[in-house]
Design a protein around this ligand. Structure first.
Ligand code: PEP
Ligand code: MG
Length: 738
């Protein structure tokens, strides 16, 4: 029979000498437990448990014997995270025989998981020849040893090191529940154990108990101060405070900590042990209320540890960051709020939880339940927290991030005083109406239709929703997305663009061949025509979403009339199969590849409309990567070649009676918008933040006068790389709101 205290005392002596070899530790445990065998299995990459040290089994098996997580009793212990105490292990159904270990003679076995920061990093086993049940004290002693060994494995680098593993760069999307609405874009901060016990074992239990009680008193005082200083108004937060105080004042868990200290642990290690136990117990309870109390308890334990460590004050500020937490207590939320976080995701957070109540009172956008996000995130990562749509997007694609940035900018622009223009039509001072439409990529932008007063959606980038969810949705899901767009638009027109994937818009895990020049590579409609199943699935979804309403679809990156014809044929074939058929089906193309300009006569006979994608058109026209900031100032849309091209297009399209619009980002910049309207574009489609400023400048514009000015600037600027300054000078003179 062992005395746990003597075991811990011996371990303390060994560990005080510095980094203790695992072999020495297992020898001591075997001796003190009067066990014939004590072994440690360490977690290796690929979820393998490898025999890392043993006293009693064949030493040649070290580094050779491996079990998958879930395989054998050791694997089962790791998979379930629970202690296995078996008098007759060899007859257990999970037993996996490994001849190289020489373990035939041993009947009884205890396996204890080695856990660190909620991860299993290995397994400790003890075996005896005689069939025996290890008693509760022995198992408890082994659990304490397991805690030490987990630290030893982690600090010696003997475990798989997955915590420090290679950072992922792929976007990840997590769905959860909205606990408090709002959108935030920012760096992530991880809420984790702020603290690691430096000293696990202590010599003088009385002194440790004194430390514990002093720290608990300090914690109580600090909590009172925190709540007094930062408590948001309202009844609910007050109820939270009352409930929280009750838990803080409950001496049950502190008594249990005291008991562990009496057993030889340091105060810090005892707090961690008790919290770990509670965590395991509560996790097995499904009741959401009790699980919420676990967050409160962990919050308190974290505070107590900080007090014991004397570091409760040194919290860095993290302005604008998104906090990711597995669990979060209300006091922790208040602390983080004081440090400047702008949004929160709590994996185990529920609407009725204390942290959620606090978050609502503080107006912090908060998402609950996005499981796996904490493990997937690295401290350097950026994220979009879209608590309105219940999503967290980790490492967002730049296109997805841009959409969110624009949505936020639009909200700000509106607050900045343009709102009066919302319900006014877009007309020039001399009465020429212009249709201003929205570029939209996610459903969250749909409210911009009403907010900006746009006349419809001139570009719905269907791939953005797929990028945001990390995969191409099936037909029904896609149809639901598109139907929501049409519902939100009501009588306003919507131009759907088919998937424009490839180039820089890659889905995670997509098997795409390496390309030297992805922007000019296998992308967009080219993929659609080579993989017609995908394209037809999307077309079907669009037709289903329309459900008899008018439908407008356009194709991106069309380079030849033949490509357009092929895509159109696919859509028309699908349209014959879907009922109800759309009241009107308009099929158009984007003009992004310059070659189309020399196919205009044929093209205009086959398309119902054209929308100029000036972002891509300019990059191909000037052979200048649109994503390269070093080139961004080098070529200008407001230059003779581009304006000549637009003019030729407008003239040809007018004669063929084909409507033309422009939907690149340029349309949202007031001076560009002036010129485009001056050239004769009747419709401009742009990101939401542009609508009201463009409306404002058009309202001040004498179009007839400007057309003369534009013509003369174009005549006089032959050979100039840009006409921008001449036009801007005129606009400033006219005091237009640039
Ligand atoms: C464009 O190229 O101008 C366009 C609108 O498409 P995207 O920016 O999505 O490539
Ligand atoms: Mg494009």
């Amino acid at each position: 029979m062992t005395t746990p205290r003597r075991l811990l005392a011996r371990l303390r002596v060994i560990m005080a000498r510095g980094a203790a070899p695992l072999g020495d530790l297992v020898d001591v445990v075997a001796a003190e437990m009067t066990a014939e065998v004590c072994s440690v299995y360490a977690m290796r990459p690929g979820d393998l448990l490898e025999l890392a040290a043993t006293c009693g089994l064949n030493p040649d098996a070290i580094g050779r014997t491996r079990l998958r997580v879930g395989e054998g009793i050791v694997g089962l212990c790791a998979a379930t995270g629970t202690v296995m105490n078996l008098p007759d292990a060899q007859n257990h159904p999970a037993f996996a025989y490994r001849p190289e270990t020489g373990e035939e003679p041993y009947a009884s076995l205890v396996a204890v998981p080695l856990r660190r920061a909620s991860r299993t990093v290995g397994v400790l086993t003890v075996q005896n020849r005689s069939p025996r049940n290890y008693d509760a004290d022995e198992v408890e002693a082994l659990e304490t040893v397991a805690m030490l060994l987990a630290e030893v494995l982690a600090t010696s680098g003997a475990s798989d090191g997955a915590e420090e593993g290679v950072a992922s760069t792929l976007p990840r999307v997590f769905t959860g529940k909205t606990l408090a609405p709002g959108i935030v874009i920012g760096p992530v901060v991880l809420h984790g154990p702020r603290f690691k016990a430096r000293r696990l074992l202590a010599e003088d239990p009385e002194a440790e108990l004194d430390r514990l009680h002093e720290a608990a008193d300090r914690m109580q005082r600090r909590l009172d101060e925190l709540f007094a200083a930062r408590m948001p108004d309202g009844d609910a937060p007050r109820e939270v405070l009352a409930a929280y105080r009750l838990i803080a004042a409950d001496t049950g868990w502190l008594r249990r900590v005291g008991g562990m200290i009496q057993g030889g642990l340091s105060a810090e290690a005892a707090v961690q042990r008790v919290t770990g136990e509670l965590r395991d117990r509560m996790r097995r309870i499904g009741d959401p209320y009790l699980r919420e109390r676990l967050s409160d308890l962990e919050d308190l334990a974290g505070r107590l540890l900080s007090e014991l460590d004397g570091n409760s004050a040194d919290s860095p500020v993290v302005p604008g960051a998104i906090l990711l937490a597995r669990r979060l207590g209300p006091a922790e939320l208040l602390d983080w709020h004081a440090r400047g976080i702008a949004g929160v995701m709590i994996e185990e957070g529920s609407p009725a939880g204390h942290a959620a109540i606090m978050a609502r009172a503080l107006g912090l956008p908060t998402l609950g339940g996005a499981r796996g996000a904490v493990d997937a995130a690295d401290p350097e990562d950026e994220a979009v927290l879209d608590a309105d749509e219940s999503q967290l997007i980790l490492r967002p694609e730049s296109d997805v991030k841009d959409v969110y940035l624009r949505a936020l900018e639009a909200r700000i622009a509106l607050q900045a005083g343009w709102a009066v223009l919302r319900d006014k039509p877009a007309v020039t001072k001399d009465g020429q109406g212009v249709r201003l439409m929205l570029n939209v990529g996610l459903n969250l932008e749909l409210d911009q239709l009403d907010i900006t007063g746009a006349e419809g959606i001139g570009l719905f980038r269907t791939e953005i929703a797929m990028l945001a969810r990390g995969a191409i949705a099936d037909t029904a899901e896609q149809a639901a997305i598109y139907a929501r767009v049409l519902d939100a638009a009501g009588n306003r027109p919507v131009l759907f663009r088919t998937l424009d994937l490839g180039g820089d818009k890659l889905l995670p895990g997509a098997a795409v061949p390496e390309e030297e020049n992805p922007a000019m590579g296998w992308r967009s409609l080219r993929i659609g025509l080579d993989r017609p199943v995908l394209l037809r699935r999307q077309m079907r979804a669009l037709l289903l979403a329309a459900g008899g309403r008018p439908l407008q679809v356009m194709f991106p990156m069309v380079a030849t009339v033949a490509e357009f014809r092929a895509a159109r044929a696919l859509l028309e074939a699908e349209a014959k199969r879907v009922r109800p058929a759309p009241e009107r089906l308009s099929i158009g193309t984007m003009l992004e590849v310059p070659a189309l300009m020399w196919q205009l006569p044929a093209l205009l006979r086959e398309v119902d409309f054209i929308s100029v994608g000036s972002n891509d058109l300019l990059q191909f026209l000037f052979a200048a990567d649109r994503g390269n900031p070093a080139l961004s100032g080098r070529y200008d849309l407001l230059s003779a070649p581009v304006l000549d091209l637009f003019e030729q297009l407008l003239v040809a399209a007018r004669m063929a009676r084909v409507p033309v619009s422009l939907c690149g980002e340029a349309a949202s910049r007031p001076i560009e918008a002036l010129v485009l309207v001056g050239l004769g574009f009747p419709t401009l489609s742009m990101p939401a933040p542009g609508i009201l400023p463009v409306k404002a400048i058009l309202a001040e514009l004498d179009l007839a006068e400007f057309r003369h000015v534009l013509a003369s600037v174009r005549r006089n600027a032959a050979g100039e790389p840009s006409l921008r300054e001449a036009i801007a000078a005129w606009a400033r003179e006219r005091e237009l709101p640039l």
